[in-house]
Design a protein. Structure first.
Length: 324
């Protein structure tokens, strides 16, 4: 099954570029930029990837990105991920970036954006992997801060396909961001939203009704609300599920308790993604393998998950056909 999974063409739609920082690169950048990290070694850093919930992960995720400073750093971070993804037969990616986690430490918006987009272009040419970029607002910050971030993105409108919402979910419902998402839609951005990871099913409903989200990131708690499940099926709303992430952040205790199989059986448009791979112990193929083992998934079910990833992407039918 390893080879079968490795050979499947896949799209990855739920991946935070800041969350792809491997400890080895973190140490290199720490030395180059003269920014200390609170670990003695790569092994010690990896051993700290032991989380009790989303917030305990986010604390380390925001602290670790402090070593990434220059356009070249953002390029190298992005290129390292794209090489790994291409090696796993990922043919298309839709990558989140969190500009506020950089502008808040005085790194200009365009430094992050230019470094990332240079790598996306290079990977298209050199690795044959296509990409879109999604600007994600940090939901623990104010809507005013999100509005300022959206304004910074306007000159780069053509390089960013969508806006999203990530960071601490509980206490920061989609309703907090109605105005900024309305403005983003007016500017022509597509809309996705993290919802129903730690937050209740009501946050998924808010993302759909108030933000007009076209795709839900995680969404695994939708299974607690039968009417919502029916709606998600009826409207064919894709859900980008990240199995290893959900286990590492204790959304489910074990993989056999994860809702992915029930979601798939119900007819939801679910895909498998890696979220923040070094932190959660695997890239997309390791995520596929973990669910295959937990649920004894058949080849047909694995093909369905991989096909769903292309169906859920912001691609035209013609683009999809070329990639599959
Ligand atoms: N959820 C919320 N915020 C995040 C995540 C996530 O999965 N990954 C990086 N920031
Ligand atoms: Zn995420």
């Amino acid at each position: 099954m390893d080879d079968f999974i490795a050979g499947l063409p896949k799209a990855e739609l739920h991946l935070h570029i800041e969350g792809t920082l491997e400890p080895e690169l973190a140490f290199q950048l720490s030395e180059k930029n003269g920014i200390a990290i609170p670990f003695q070694s790569v092994d010690e850093m990896r051993a700290a990837y032991n989380f009790k919930d989303l917030q305990s992960f986010l604390d380390l995720y925001y602290a670790s990105i402090s070593v990434v400073l220059t356009e070249e750093d953002f390029h190298d971070l992005t290129m390292a991920y794209l090489k790994k993804a291409a090696s796993q037969n990922v043919r298309h990616t839709e990558i989140f970036f969190d500009p506020q986690s950089h502008t808040d430490r005085n790194i200009p918006f365009e430094t992050a954006l230019n470094g990332i987009t240079a790598a996306l272009k290079q990977a298209q040419t050199e690795l044959g992997i296509s990409s879109h970029l999604i600007l994600s607002f940090l939901r623990h910050l104010s809507e005013e801060s999100a509005i300022q971030t959206l304004q910074q993105a306007i000159p780069f409108r053509e390089q960013i396909i969508a806006v999203g919402l990530d960071s601490s979910e509980l206490g920061h419902p989609p309703s907090k961001f109605v105005n900024v998402f309305a403005e983003a839609r007016r500017q022509g951005f597509r809309v996705v939203c993290h919802a129903g990871e730690e937050g209740p099913p009501e946050y998924i409903t808010e993302a759909l009704d108030l933000l007009q989200a076209e795709r839900i990131d995680h969404g695994v708690r939708c299974m607690e609300d039968a009417a919502l499940v029916e709606r998600l099926i009826e409207e064919q709303i894709p859900l980008t599920v990240c199995p290893l992430s959900n286990i590492r952040l204790c959304v489910f205790e074990t993989m056999t308790e994860h809702s992915l199989k029930r979601m798939l059986d119900a007819g939801l448009v679910v895909s498998v993604n890696s979220d923040d791979p070094p932190y959660f112990g695997g890239y997309v193929n390791e995520n596929f393998l973990a669910v295959q083992e937990a649920f004894d998934l058949s080849r047909d079910q694995l093909v369905k998950l991989a096909r769903n990833s292309f169906e859920s992407a912001f691609l035209t039918e013609e683009e999809k056909q070329k990639l599959i």
